[in-house]
Design a binder for this molecule. Structure first.
Ligand SMILES: [Fe+2]
Ligand SMILES: [Fe+2]
Length: 145
């Protein structure tokens, strides 16, 4: 990989870091706020998914460093608050956005010739797809009267 490609990859991965930092904070915040809502399973889920996103931050950031870049500390805008249904809806929305981003990154990273970064993003995408399924199920349960 030449310097120009490495620079492109660093920019892509840093956008991923920013996205993941926002997810960590949004889900963690929902974890705190849902505490009093008598929904222990969902409270725990927010924390678990937040931890998954933290692993994504770490993997992307480590790759940025390996390529000679500096991981961003800028977090994407987040949505917080509202009732439990609102929180799950907002988290699901963030997951859809992450899925869209990572689907876009994979061909970009392949084009830059960085199969290591491409595989990192593919693994994160698989996790986001699992998060989407989980949040969709929870949301359908909350909707039931
Ligand atoms: Fe993630
Ligand atoms: Fe996720």
């Amino acid at each position: 990989m030449d310097a120009a490609d490495a620079k492109k990859v660093i920019a892509v991965l840093n956008e991923g870091v920013s996205n993941e930092l926002g997810a960590v904070i949004q889900y963690l915040w929902h974890h705190y706020m849902a505490e009093g809502m008598e929904s222990p399973a969902i409270v725990d889920l927010f924390e678990k998914v937040s931890r998954d996103e933290m692993k994504h931050v770490e993997r992307f950031a480590e790759r940025v460093v390996a390529l000679g870049g500096e991981p961003t500390t800028q977090m994407r805008p987040i949505r917080k608050g509202g009732d439990l249904r609102r929180m799950v809806q907002d988290d699901l929305e963030l997951e859809y956005e992450a899925r869209e981003l990572y689907r876009r990154y994979i061909p970009q990273l392949a084009e830059a010739g960085d199969s290591t970064s491409r595989r990192l993003v593919e693994a994160a995408l698989a996790d986001e797809e699992e998060h989407i399924r989980t949040f969709e199920v929870i949301l359908s349960r909350i909707r039931k009267p």
